[in-house]
Design a protein around this ligand. Structure first.
Ligand SMILES: Cc1cc2nc3c(=O)[nH]c(=O)nc-3n(C[C@H](O)[C@H](O)[C@H](O)COP(=O)(O)OP(=O)(O)OC[C@H]3O[C@@H](n4cnc5c(N)ncnc54)[C@H](O)[C@@H]3O)c2cc1C
Length: 298
């Protein structure tokens, strides 16, 4: 099955009926995890996502799993799939092999990323890889596979490694200039950050769709850890609201879903091109949010 062009068609022809919806999954490490992966996908498939994306463990840890699962999602579920690809520490030959594998299996959407250093990597992994940034990887993919649809990451609240917000913005625009077709953002809870980021890009002539990444909260400690890692802000109003749940897991989930529904409603009212959900490989929370938005299956 080849879905060439469909994500962008969805974006370009996105009519008032429905926003673009996409779901992000990570490649599980165990057989039990893989069972849950497919169960979650089957739970979310009736919402007719415009695409499913599968992450890639920077440094190649999950390389084979990502390569296999992306193709299986598209083949088995008949849903367009997008492969994440990171370049940190990777040889050019490995990246070429992955890209050709996707082309040969009808996968035409790639999220081009640098990735982060991890404990599993050599300290000089970034320098040793063929490319040191997502900008270089994007330019490389665009040259090698002119027909691919390439997405890149965007940071409405600024990437923690950025020298300044202005430098981050200029660099993001560079990623678009060298060949990215669309962007998916890091998660955030202050929508104003996305509106400012989008407006700054529009006034600089950047027209590509910028799709907000939505991270539902089900566990405060987990979200705090994620936010600390990626520089996302947990605003006081959110921390106060989550504190109402105390140690009650169900209450936390209920509040997390309400917060996400309110966030998505506001984003849709402001005309974002779509919503990309970080599902953490579960269907219950994302489906509750979609139901809350009136985007029920069928
Ligand atoms: C939607 C989404 C999906 C993701 N999926 C994955 C995944 O599957 N696997 C994974 O490992 N990680 C993933 N990540 C995390 C991502 O790899 C990290 O955020 C990483 O720190 C940066 O990757 P990047 O592609 O944004 O890097 P880059 O765009 O290369 O750079 C990150 C930041 O560094 C600065 N920078 C870099 N080069 C320059 C330059 N030349 N000049 C000025 N500033 C520069 C900029 O501030 C830039 O925003 C994802 C992130 C998002 C938002």
């Amino acid at each position: 099955m080849n879905y060439s062009g469909c994500v962008m068609d969805g974006l370009l022809h996105n009519n008032a009926k429905r926003p673009l919806i996409s779901f992000e999954f990570f490649p599980p490490k165990t057989a039990k995890g893989e069972e849950r992966f497919w169960e979650a996908l089957e739970g979310l498939a009736p919402y007719r996502p415009d695409f499913i994306s599968v992450t890639y463990g920077a440094g190649g840890g999950d390389r084979e799993n990502t390569g296999r699962l992306v193709c299986q999602v598209q083949e088995k579920l008949g849903l367009p799939a997008m492969a994440h690809l990171t370049c940190i520490g990777e040889d050019q030959a490995v990246l070429e092999r992955m890209l050709d594998h996707y082309r040969d299996n009808g996968i035409t959407h790639i999220l081009a990323l640098r990735g982060d250093r991890s404990d599993r990597m050599a300290p000089d992994a970034l320098e040793k890889g063929a490319f040191q940034s997502a900008r270089q990887l994007t330019a490389f993919i665009r040259r090698r596979h002119p027909d691919f649809r390439i997405g890149v990451a965007a940071y409405p609240e600024v990437h923690p490694e950025a020298a300044s917000p202005e430098a981050d913005l200029a660099y993001f625009q560079d990623k678009i200039r060298v060949g990215a077709d669309f962007a998916i953002t890091q998660f955030f809870y202050e929508n104003a950050a996305l509106y400012r980021f989008t407006a700054a890009n529009r006034s600089a002539g950047v027209t590509v769709p910028i799709i907000p990444g939505i991270m539902p909260i089900t566990d405060f400690k987990q979200i705090k850890r994620f936010a600390d890692l990626c520089g996302a802000v947990l605003p006081d109003w959110l921390v106060t609201r989550l504190a109402e749940a105390r140690e009650d897991v169900e209450a936390m989930q209920r509040i997390g879903i309400q917060v996400a529904v309110e966030q998505c409603r506001d984003l849709l009212r402001q005309g974002v091109p779509g919503l990309h959900f970080f599902t953490l490989n579960r269907s219950d929370v994302t489906s509750a949010i979609l139901d809350g938005l009136g985007l029920k299956p069928g």
